[in-house]
Write a protein that binds this ligand. Sequence first.
Ligand SMILES: Cc1cc2nc3c(=O)[nH]c(=O)nc-3n(C[C@H](O)[C@H](O)[C@H](O)COP(=O)(O)OP(=O)(O)OC[C@H]3O[C@@H](n4cnc5c(N)ncnc54)[C@H](O)[C@@H]3O)c2cc1C
Length: 410
Amino acid sequence: MTFQPNRSAALTRLDEFLPCAGRHYANSRNYDDSVPTDGMRQNVSQLSPWLHAGLISEVEVVEAVLDQHSPDASDKFIAEVFWRVYFKGYLEQRPTIWRAFCDQRDAAMAQMASNSGLQRAYGEATEGRTGIAAFDHWARELAETGYLHNHARMWFASIWIFTLKLDWTLGADFFLRHLIDGDAASNTLSWRWVGGLHTKGKTYLARADNIARYTANQNGGPLSVAGLAEDAPALHEDTEHERQALELPPAPPPIAFDAPYALLLHDEAASHVPLNLPKAPSLIIGAARPDARSSEPVGDLALDFAHGSVESGAAEAAQAFGCDAKRWGEAGDLAGLLKDAGIDRILVPYLPVGWTRDALMADLAPLIEGGNAAVLLDDLRRTTWPHAKAGFFGVKKKIESVLGEIGVAA
Ligand SMILES: Cc1cc2nc3c(=O)[nH]c(=O)nc-3n(C[C@H](O)[C@H](O)[C@H](O)COP(=O)(O)OP(=O)(O)OC[C@H]3O[C@@H](n4cnc5c(N)ncnc54)[C@H](O)[C@@H]3O)c2cc1C
């Protein structure tokens, strides 16, 4: 497997990619080349699975890049990392988008169950049998590798919506079930962006000439597409997703780190290292919930990476702090785990809007409300999210000041 679910693999990949993170990245990032035999590309970092799992943090990546490249040379790469932080902050302020996505997807699945024409079209699209060669190639690549290049994701989503005319939520669900880096914010909002729901009315149309140009380095030559839609009318939705005020948790008081406390590691915070804990916990609790990505089966690569990340992160934390690591497997088990260890306080790395929060919050809420759980939010998110109110530009123009504020030196 190309993506190993542990922190040391993330650091190795970061080291390997660093020399390419400057102008080389800016000039070549749009090319969807053939996957090299070792599975790693040279023109993009492929760090997204480890970033999503919290095995490495955005700040560690940005600091390492700025150590080797000038801010000018690396500004494209750093801006892309901030897209990730922006999308997460945007969804925090419009959580109804996630709920609406889940509801529409479930309704579309139910509708498909009684419509054999839709079943056929969906099967052809997800199994790579549409006859649109490039699209079929990406469908198979996604299922086989758990990763797609950003440009391929854009083309795929556009063809799904505007050429195949399938419900966008079914495509976003297909991505979530197979992408190792599947992320509620980046995935849902990118699909909405392609369909004209994020930047209202502005859609992304996949074009044959653009695909041929940026897939020119594929082993068999440029990927071909025939019969693509020639226009991309924006999708509509009845709901207006009003922005809600950000309610960020206060930084935990020093007592939150006094032993004995348990540290929760989860799908989006699988390593203790980026958390920079001032004092050691007495127990590590690992909870991975990749099955909660969808009501449909999740791909093995995505499942294995999520479970493996939390397992490796919990084992490393237990060794670093000289304490036990327990697995929180089933809903309802948390109280028992804490009771058995004689611990009543838990530290929870922030759970952003998405399936992990949906799956874990019922058990955590009473502890948070009762003052027995402290929530840890990193400075990058705390500082960037207030700017993620509308378009990415609001964040982009603040990148330098955010980095200065959180002490990342150029
Ligand atoms: C339809 C669609 C669905 C997507 N779904 C996901 C998803 O589920 N999870 C996910 O992490 N990304 C998603 N993306 C964003 C982007 O495609 C991936 O983050 C990127 O391809 C990951 O590869 P990389 O690590 O080599 O990126 P690089 O180009 O090396 O970029 C470095 C890092 O910046 C961030 N980044 C780069 N581009 C974007 C972007 N457009 N949006 C948000 N963050 C970005 C990622 O964390 C990435 O690891 C989606 C994009 C589209 C168009």
